[in-house]
Design a binder for this molecule. Structure first.
Ligand code: ADP
Ligand code: MG
Length: 252
């Protein structure tokens, strides 16, 4: 490549923000020459490279913005340890079709059965396919909303939790809410209804949700919306943590 052309080309690629092409242009040109690619094949290769790099950067950015407490991909989930979990169903959910269909996913079951792990794994897949995802605990979300109201930033915070493609609300039920918190959570869930998907995990069955929200009418209205179009997954198997602890003790 002539030096003057190289300078101008580098500038053009920078102007067009084609960073991956810019970084790899010379090796790509060499390879194209060696393999006898024609212009269209060469163009396809370098644009493929740019697209792949953008997708990967986007995935990483979405993973950061989702604020997962721990990154737990589905590959690290042991399906043999989750007896009765419908593997085909999880596989289908991992495609993210439920987000397009605006379905919710609700994991119910006792502590240690992998609800957070599965919710995280599904969220990570959502990030991969380009869906803006947010992970929060029910308690954390409630506190944030109450604080936002006090600081007069509620509409901005509400918008964030209502607008994302997938909202994961973990650990609903461990702490009961104040009346104000319950109403604000209801607002988020109601505004997402039929517009955007949620994944909710809870250690309590629906029958006990009134004790979380403290109001039977509000809980009824909330359950009505949240379960309207939802995949409900009951995690009734043994706690993974408990099983691991038992295994360790046996080894000793
Ligand atoms: P829950 O949210 O239901 O209380 P977690 O998802 O936090 O349970 O799981 C507890 C711990 O056990 C986590 O470290 C999680 O990664 C792990 N775990 C649970 N189930 C499985 C599983 N089937 N395969 C691998 N790890 C699991
Ligand atoms: Mg959990």
């Amino acid at each position: 490549m002539k030096p003057a052309i190289k300078v101008q080309l580098t500038e053009n690629l920078k102007f067009l923000k084609l960073a991956a092409i810019s970084c790899n242009l010379e090796p790509c040109m060499r390879q194209a020459r060696e393999s006898g690619l024609d212009f269209s094949e060469f163009l396809l290769n370098i644009t493929d490279m740019e697209v792949a790099s953008r997708m990967e950067n986007g995935r990483k950015r979405r993973l950061r913005q989702a604020r997962f407490p721990l990154l737990k991909p589905i590959e690290t989930f042991d399906f043999d340890a989750a007896k009765d979990l419908d593997f085909q169903m999880i596989k289908q959910l991992l495609t993210g079709q439920y987000i397009k269909d605006v379905y919710n996913i609700i994991f119910l079951g006792k502590s240690g059965t992998g609800k957070t792990h599965l919710a995280t794994a599904l969220g990570m897949e959502a990030c991969r396919i380009g869906k803006k995802t947010l992970f929060t605990t029910a308690c954390g979300l409630a506190n944030e909303l109450v604080e936002a109201r006090e600081e007069k930033t509620l509409s901005r915070i509400l918008k964030r939790y209502v607008a994302c493609d997938l909202l994961i609300i973990d650990e609903l039920g461990y702490v009961p809410f104040s009346k104000e918190a319950a109403q604000l959570l209801f607002q988020v869930m109601a505004e997402r209804h039929e517009r955007k998907s949620m994944i909710i995990t809870s250690n309590m069955g629906f029958g006990d949700w009134t004790s979380i929200f403290g109001d039977a009418t509000l809980t009824g209205a909330l359950l009505d919306r949240v379960t309207h179009k939802a995949h409900i997954i009951n995690c009734n198997w043994e706690s993974y943590r408990f099983k691991e602890a038992l295994k360790k003790r046996k080894r000793k």
